[in-house]
Write a protein that binds this ligand. Sequence first.
Ligand SMILES: *Cc1c(COP(=O)(O)O)cnc(C)c1O
Length: 236
Amino acid sequence: MDLSQNVKAVQDRIAAAARAAGRDPASVTLCAATKVQTDEMVRAAVAAGIRVCGENRVQELTAHLAADAYAGAEVHFIGHLQTNKVRQVVGRVALIHSVDSERLLRAIDAQADKLGIIQDILLEVNIAREESKGGILPEQLPALAEAALSCPHVRLRGLMAIPPVAALPGDNRKYFAGMRHFLVDIIGKMSDNHSVVDCLSMGMSGDYEDAIAEGATLVRVGTALFGPRPPMSPAH
Ligand SMILES: *Cc1c(COP(=O)(O)O)cnc(C)c1O
């Protein structure tokens, strides 16, 4: 595996997918999904041009931060977040992708208040209504978005989704298109300045080009950069 070659190849494919969709390649950010990677691998990814790292687990986030492994890159939290772990995440990451309950939202807001900061967040939508997946159901989105907009220490930046693994290329386009419509709906319902609600975090190694065709601004890519991962224990 050649990490720098992989980073370059994924960056090139992102740019090509953006151009094919009539979009500016700079409007799509590559977020490297660094779960199970070592400090050395994270450093190598940053050296190879990765500017955003997405971490799934609080324990790995804490360890990589302690080792200063992300130096030179921004860090996002992309995994399931338990309310009792917000202290270890709020203020330490630029963006939390995975807010999926009002309880978690309020806990993040309270911790950000304590730190005197505003935490950027996305709301995670269970777009394919899978029982095994985190995220809120689409019909719960308006209420949670409204709650997020009313939290003074949280800045709602957009939405995130993890659709099923696509069996065939193009299979997830309908889900990605659905997410784009939800984002447009939220923006439409906001009365005041909504200029920062502009993030759509969707697309992984198997389908990021389809996600870009449907408006993704952040694609979270692991395997295509780092190679296959060993099987994981359940995240929660
Ligand atoms: C692991 C992971 C990814 C990346 O998945 P790949 O298929 O390896 O690209 C993206 N998003 C989340 C939330 C993940 O946990």
